[in-house]
Design a protein around this ligand. Structure first.
Ligand SMILES: *Cc1c(COP(=O)(O)O)cnc(C)c1O
Length: 400
């Protein structure tokens, strides 16, 4: 992999004709250390957010020892990359073959479920193993999240009693897990969900060994100003401490976005300008799926030699991606200097989570070049020097 001091350096030195993925290992390392040191329990990295082996190694080196995997391919990938990692298979609907391979070949003992059928499947596939950690996924509200995860998985509180009791019988350790939705903008998301967990425990009268509050921890994007992560951790810790669970019970979380968003960004080139629309060389089928399909706004910055993005008037642009598909459109608004033109390079930030992982090669547009850079990510939840850094109009800064 190439190395460069900065995004601007990459654009000016390489003048790349295809998009370039920028990698910031130090940003992922800082996020990992933050969770490993400050979350009042164990942090599992949700691999689907970004399965890059280099990222997995960085997280491991900085204290993340447990990994939330959702497919047999993710199980194999993490087992191969990090042979000592503990894997937790947290997709509530799994192929029976995948459960058996995970258990017998890769030593996986932790599985999630939200139905009796899945419990039967796990028991069958593991020959009624006696060393299972089984987490029942409870449906909770996605009201505080930007992306709902409330409809597909999770058993309703009113139906949970029988499943919790049956799972208790089959499990060595019983857990309850949930997911409040991605990019949860308030700690209340977790305290409300934990109240539902309390009701489930009281109703089923079972001993619970693991409370897994899932993912949903936010990152920083234009127009999205989450409170500091410490507030989430405090609220979760207090709610967990008040639950009627065994003295030795464990608290887990499964961040995907919060651990990986700052790890990557992308350099794109403007291939055409039509008024306030820029035709760039990456889009809906590349790393910008969320920008196109759910209107996610990523921070952007013009990379032009001698050009300083601070303190100038920015105007709103929308983007078209490179494919011949009308859907390859990103409404933004993306704030850039008024004189952006064909040939300019733009950095699109915060694509380490659900960006680079979702790239396809549709229509022949790919991005094969990866470059490691030393400069800071465009925004950060973990920036100790926030005060010292200049404020940019299109980058939300988080105060402690
Ligand atoms: C996607 C997912 C996560 C990670 O969610 P983020 O919002 O990225 O933190 C965690 N757990 C499960 C079960 C998931 O499906």
């Amino acid at each position: 992999m190439h190395k460069h001091p900065s995004a601007l350096g990459v654009a000016t030195a390489l003048k790349p004709a295809a998009p370039v993925t920028l990698i910031r290992p130090q940003a992922a390392a800082r996020a990992a250390r933050f969770f490993a040191e400050k979350f009042p329990g164990r942090s599992l990295y949700a691999v689907k957010a970004n399965p890059s082996p280099a990222l997995l190694l960085t997280l491991w080196d900085n204290g993340i020892t447990h990994y939330d995997v959702a497919s047999i391919a993710e199980v194999r990938l993490v087992a191969e990359t990090l042979p000592e990692a503990k894997l937790c298979f947290m997709h509530p609907v799994k192929a029976e073959e995948a459960i058996a391979e995970a258990y017998y070949v890769h030593g996986v003992r932790t599985f999630s479920l939200d139905t009796m059928e899945e419990l039967d499947k796990i028991v069958r596939a593991t020959d009624a193993a006696q060393d299972l950690e089984l987490c029942v996924r409870l449906r909770v509200s996605s009201d505080h999240a930007q992306l709902s995860l409330a409809s597909k998985f999770g058993i309703d509180l009113s139906d949970a009693r029988e499943l919790l009791m049956a799972t208790r019988q089959a499990a060595d350790a019983l857990g309850i897990c949930f997911h409040v939705g991605s990019q949860a903008m308030s700690p209340h998301a977790y305290t409300q969900a934990i109240e539902r967990v309390r009701a489930a425990i009281v109703d089923a009268a079972v001993t619970v060994d693991i409370i897994d509050v899932g993912g949903g921890f936010p990152s920083v994007y234009p127009g999205m100003e989450p409170p500091a992560l410490e507030h989430y951790f405090d609220a979760i810790h207090r709610a967990f401490e008040s639950l009627p669970v065994s003295y030795s019970s464990e608290l887990w979380c499964e961040p995907g976005r919060a651990l990986s968003a700052e790890y990557s960004s992308l350099i794109v080139r403007v291939e055409r300008r039509r008024g306030d629309e820029l035709y760039i060389n990456d889009g809906a089928y590349g790393a910008l799926f969320d920008a196109a399909h759910i209107g996610w706004r990523f921070p952007v910055k013009l990379l032009r030699d001698g050009h300083d993005n601070d303190g100038e008037d920015l105007i709103p642009f929308s983007f078209y991606g490179p494919t011949c598909d009308d859907m390859d459109h990103m409404a933004g608004p993306f704030l850039l200097p008024a004189d952006v033109q064909t040939g300019d390079y733009i950095e699109v930030g915060m694509l380490g989570a659900y960006g680079c992982a979702m790239r396809t090669g549709f229509n022949g547009f790919t991005a094969e070049t990866l470059v490691v850079v030393d400069d800071a990510p465009m925004a950060s939840l973990y920036d100790d020097a926030r005060e010292a850094a200049p404020l940019r109009a299109n980058v939300v800064k988080i105060g402690k």
